[in-house]
Design a protein around this ligand. Structure first.
Ligand SMILES: *[C@@H]1O[C@H](CO)[C@@H](O)[C@H](O)[C@H]1NC(C)=O
Ligand SMILES: *[C@@H]1O[C@H](CO)[C@@H](O)[C@H](O)[C@H]1NC(C)=O
Ligand SMILES: *[C@@H]1O[C@H](CO)[C@@H](O)[C@H](O)[C@H]1NC(C)=O
Length: 545
């Protein structure tokens, strides 16, 4: 076939598939993006931090869930199956730390997932994102040769499947007892019930048993099908026995966060023809733009407010919620919607401001903003100190700790890979400096701190724990920020909410139908029938990327 005829044929095929008016999304990452030579030094720095902090774990806590880096003791708070090892495996592989990785594969072969090694019950959500996600991502990244990783994933998930206790149940219980295989609490939250489908559908592929996918996907379908307090924005607490929401709280923060995150990621990872997932995500984002977006009176920082149980706006945000910038950037790209990408970049900007504003250069756990409609609900009234901080920085701190969370640097990673603006590299480099200066302790391990706005850190100011997401998320996102953009490209991988990358098929031309979901409700908050707040004017955006 000649060149010309190949092109003509290609055009003909394209025209049939996508008439010229159709929307076609481009790649997620900026094409031919390159890192500057100076980036490699930071990349090696991150690898070194991984080595030092993981060696501290190996020395004082190997085989247990976490290291207590100050007291140099182990802690088992994830059922004692070695959470730091399993959660860290994909990072080891990505960094080329094969000795650690091979040791971890040997270790996994000895884990008994059929019973909890501690007396605690098992969290379906935490176990899925850290253990199941870690095992399957490690399996893929190491060339699908270590079948033991899938065997153990199956052993674990066959137990977790008891979270669907009855035949008709579509929403799993949040926690179950591995001895009796019965649920332990009566409610679950949408983040727990709606953040399983990436991992469970992968397991279906590698085991040939479709039940896992069906269960996890069915849970999301149920949540997406309920009458939500605002279109696309599900409430937080849900009763598996009756498939009803038990509150009206809406937030992109903890308890709800990754349900929204996974709607678009599931559409991308599976390329499902069912637009429910991408359209629900778009509808959630659309409602968020209409009802939740605000700008702070100082500094013009863009943020997403929450609603309380009565539909009132609360001007609060959190480190956990700061994944939203990256998620809107990714989803906006997949929907070919620049408006959403730009909002995502601005959300990431405001989240970075929480790092840039403190004495340590690290951001706090919880914070609040003030906008023109503040103080009409359960907003914190700032004390004098908080008010002064707000006047300088455009937000104030309500919980000052940092427990090694990734979300701000996660969104920074998406912003870098999508725009190629080197300011995001500078930010990541600054975070590395802060971590080395303020978090590392004598054991070589890294600890949390009680107050990110106090640079004079004494022993008692430390939070004596290295969460497994330090290895799985913080160090992976930092490393990849400074690595070749073709390594774990956002056009080839989808990260689970624990930063475990899964291989994605080639992208569809665009995700979703382009329309919002048809309205379901009268959309009035159920409790007390208090009407929703009036729509605030949509903040105008500075033009950008
Ligand atoms: C598939 O997995 C489910 C959930 O663990 C299990 O109940 C079922 O027996 C499995 N089916 C087969 C054919 O192995
Ligand atoms: C992008 O999404 C926003 C939010 O739903 C919507 O207002 C806007 O019209 C969309 N833009 C395009 C080009 O579809
Ligand atoms: C939901 O809103 C109520 C106030 O209406 C509040 O007391 C409660 O803490 C909120 N729940 C969460 C998880 O934020």
């Amino acid at each position: 076939m000649t060149r010309l005829s190949a092109i003509t044929r290609g055009l003909a095929v394209l025209t049939i598939l996508f008439p010229f008016s159709a929307i076609v999304a481009g790649p997620v990452q900026k094409p031919s993006l390159e890192i500057p030579p100076s980036a490699l030094k930071h990349r090696d720095d991150v690898k070194n931090i991984f080595r030092e902090s993981y060696n501290a774990y190996r020395k004082f806590a190997f085989g247990h869930d976490d290291l207590l880096p100050v007291s140099r003791r182990p802690l088992d708070d994830r059922n004692g199956w070695g959470a730091s090892i399993v959660d860290g495996m994909a990072t080891m592989k990505i960094m080329g730390l094969d000795d650690f990785f091979n040791e971890a594969v040997d270790f996994v072969g000895k884990i008994d997932f059929s019973e909890s090694q501690t007396s605690d019950t098992v969290s379906i959500f935490e176990t899925t994102i850290r253990y199941l996600g870690g095992l399957l991502s490690a399996f893929e990244l190491s060339g699908k040769q270590h079948n033991i990783l899938v065997e153990k994933a199956k052993q674990l998930t066959d137990k977790m499947a008891f979270a669907w206790a009855t035949k008709d149940q579509t929403i799993p219980w949040g926690f179950i007892d591995f001895t009796t295989n019965t649920p332990t609490i009566a409610n679950t939250v949408i983040a727990e019930a709606g953040t399983l489908d990436l991992e469970w559908s992968r397991l279906s592929i590698y085991t040939g048993n479709d039940t896992y996918r069906r269960l996890a996907e069915g849970s999301v379908r149920t949540i997406a099908g309920l009458t939500d307090p605002l279109p696309g924005l599900a409430a937080q607490i849900i009763k598996p026995a009756t498939n009803e929401f038990a509150d009206n709280n809406i937030t992109w923060g903890g308890g709800s966060d990754s349900y929204f995150e996974y709607l678009i990621k599931y559409a991308r990872l599976t390329n499902t023809d069912d637009n429910l997932f991408a359209d629900t995500w778009h509808t959630a984002v659309d409602s968020s733009i209409k009802f939740l977006l605000r700008k702070s009176t100082v500094g013009n920082h863009l943020y997403l407010a929450e609603t309380d149980n009565y539909g009132k706006i609360v001007h609060a945000s959190s480190h956990l919620a700061c994944f939203h910038g990256g998620n809107w950037i990714l989803g906006g790209k997949l929907l070919n919607n620049k408006t959403i990408v730009n909002f995502g970049l601005e959300l990431a900007e405001a989240c970075w401001n929480t790092y840039a504003s403190t004495e340590t250069g690290i951001g706090p756990e919880n914070f609040e903003f003030i906008s023109d409609d503040s103080f009409q609900s359960s907003d914190t009234i700032p004390n004098r100190q908080q008010r002064e901080f707000y006047e300088k920085h455009g937000f104030f701190i309500t919980v000052a700790s940092y427990i090694l969370r990734p979300e701000v640097l996660e969104s920074n990673f998406y912003a870098w890979r999508v725009t190629g603006d080197t300011k995001y590299l500078d930010r990541a480099a600054s975070a590395i400096d802060s971590f080395k200066k303020f978090l590392q302790v004598d054991s070589g391990g890294f600890s949390g701190i009680n107050d990110v706005d106090d640079a004079n850190i004494q022993r008692g100011d430390r939070i004596d724990k290295t969460e497994s997401f330090w290895y799985a998320e913080v160090l992976k996102y930092l490393y990849l920020t400074f690595d070749d953009p073709d390594h774990i490209s956002l056009d080839k991988y989808v990260f689970n909410t624990e930063a475990q990358p899964f291989e994605a098929p080639p992208a569809k031309p665009v995700y979703g139908s382009g329309s919002l979901l048809p309205p379901k409700g009268p959309y009035v908050m159920k409790t007390g029938n208090v009407p929703l707040p009036a729509i605030s004017p949509i903040p105008t955006l500075s033009s950008g990327a």
